[in-house]
Design a protein around this ligand. Structure first.
Ligand code: FES
Length: 448
């Protein structure tokens, strides 16, 4: 197939075309973004009946809504009449979504409710029941996060996440080890990057190798304790941990750390005693709840295939790389905190998170500059004749390790190789049965 020729993993070569070609991008929208599970928002953003948050799936606008009976829905944000957006706002509360074009209106559970001059113009011509908002066939809520897919044949979300769930959990759970219990801090950061979405997704698979990009930040000091003399971004965990880079059959990849036995809390919030005390207590409770062994796993970053990335430790957040075009990505960052943390802790973290990870923060621009030119460098007439090099630690990776999944104990490009292997599977496979090897179909994967 075309994609086997573009993605040659045994040789560690990937064609630059997959990062800039318009046709490939269009095919991705169909084959990746209508099939995979996509993160659309967090329950804490829509706590009350009638609440909504306008999100995206692939290149399309969707509405995450809680109806009158408190049920959560995900609808395509497109009127059934001529396609206009029925919801123009980022978030809010409403009884009806009213289309601004000809004023058809829909209830919060998606039913077509009002049609101007219905009796005179439509009675006998149309059954309103047949023209509800288009709703995703599958939606699941996991620890407050809402996920959806346009493919009714997709596996359930937990099967899709597989063992990557353990690492994602560390971003979604409370700091004291309670399951879930996080909320999204008010306001989602949104910004446009002139790059291909895969550069961003790949970066969060655990590309620790790019640390030089953040060298200036490390020298200045950005951690909450920077003023107290700790300059590195995560000195305490970085130095003591056994780092693991792990990938999973579904294409997800993470970089996490296993701390030494009985690791002690190291205060990095001493400039704010309330915050320091909050995290000290959380650390002790977490150890008590999870036990000494489980307590050792600490997350750094990860990407849930295809386009949802997370920072698991501080700053704790989810980031979605929405594709707009082959060289046009919209990044959305959702910052997470413990829902029942004192307001002072939330306020402190909001400012720290923005400084660290916002579009005007200190580490994000470094990355974006790289992705921007890497995208331009994928398009050049001469440049695109030459593939990218994905040979790092090829054949050197441990197959087993202290956590589930395909583990590497040193930084390697095994995670992106698995990500692109799965990407190629999606582009080659006709349906989920082929992707999963269900119903006697040969699994699409692992051709080379
Ligand atoms: Fe919505 Fe006509 S496009 S009412």
């Amino acid at each position: 197939s075309r994609y086997n020729a573009l993605v040659k993993l045994r040789e560690g070569k990937i064609s630059r075309e997959i990062f800039s070609d318009k046709e490939i991008f269009e095919e991705e929208l169909e084959k990746v973004f209508t099939r995979a599970w996509l993160f659309v928002g967090h329950e804490s953003q829509i706590p009350n009946p009638g609440d909504f948050f306008t999100s995206r799936m692939g290149a399309e606008s969707v509405i995450l809504a809680r109806d009158k009976k408190k049920k959560v829905h995900v609808f395509l944000n497109s009127c059934r009449h001529r396609g206009m957006k029925v919801c123009q706002y980022d978030h809010g509360n409403t009884q009806l979504f009213t289309c601004p074009y000809h004023s058809w209106s829909y209830t919060t559970d998606g039913k077509l409710f009002g049609v101007p001059q219905f009796k005179q113009l439509y009675e006998g011509c149309m059954e309103k029941e047949e023209w509800s908002l288009i709703e995703v066939p599958k939606m699941e809520i996991y620890k407050g996060t809402v996920w959806a897919t346009w493919d009714k044949d997709a596996p359930d979300l937990l099967t899709y996440l597989g063992d990557a769930k353990t690492h994602l959990d560390l971003a979604l759970d409370c700091r004291d080890g309670r399951e879930g219990g996080s909320e999204v801090l008010f306001g989602v950061h949104k910004w446009i990057i002139p790059c291909n979405w895969k550069f961003a997704a790949e970066n969060f698979l655990g590309d620790t190798y790019h640390n030089v990009s953040h060298r200036s930040v490390d020298l200045i000091g950005i951690g909450p304790s920077a003023e107290a003399g700790v300059k590195g971004r995560r000195d305490n965990e970085m130095e003591k941990a056994q780092h693991v880079w792990v990938n999973f059959p579904a294409g997800h990849g993470v970089h996490s750390a296993i701390m030494p036995q009985d690791w002690e809390f190291l205060n990095t919030y001493q400039n704010n005693p309330v915050v320091a005390e909050y995290f000290r207590e959380a650390h002790a409770k977490r150890k008590e709840r999870l036990g000494a062994e489980k307590h050792r796993l600490i997350p750094f970053v990860g990407t849930i295939y295809p386009n949802v990335s997370f920072h698991g430790n501080q700053p704790r957040n989810l980031c979605v790389w929405h594709p707009h075009g082959p060289e046009h990505t919209e990044a959305w960052r959702f910052f997470l905190v413990d829902a029942d943390a004192p307001q002072e802790v939330k306020d402190f973290l909001r400012i720290y998170y923005m400084r660290y990870s916002g579009p005007a923060g200190m580490t994000e621009q470094d990355d974006m500059e790289n992705w921007n030119y890497a995208t331009a460098g994928s398009r050049g007439v001469v440049a695109r004749r030459y593939p990218f090099n994905y040979t790092q630690s090829l054949g050197k990776v441990e197959a087993t390790g202290p956590v589930a999944g395909n583990v590497s104990l040193q930084v390697s490009e095994e995670n992106p190789r698995q990500f692109y292997r799965r990407w190629r599977d999606y582009m080659n496979a006709a349906d989920w049965d082929t992707l999963l090897g269900r119903k006697d179909k040969e699994p699409a994967s692992f051709a080379e």
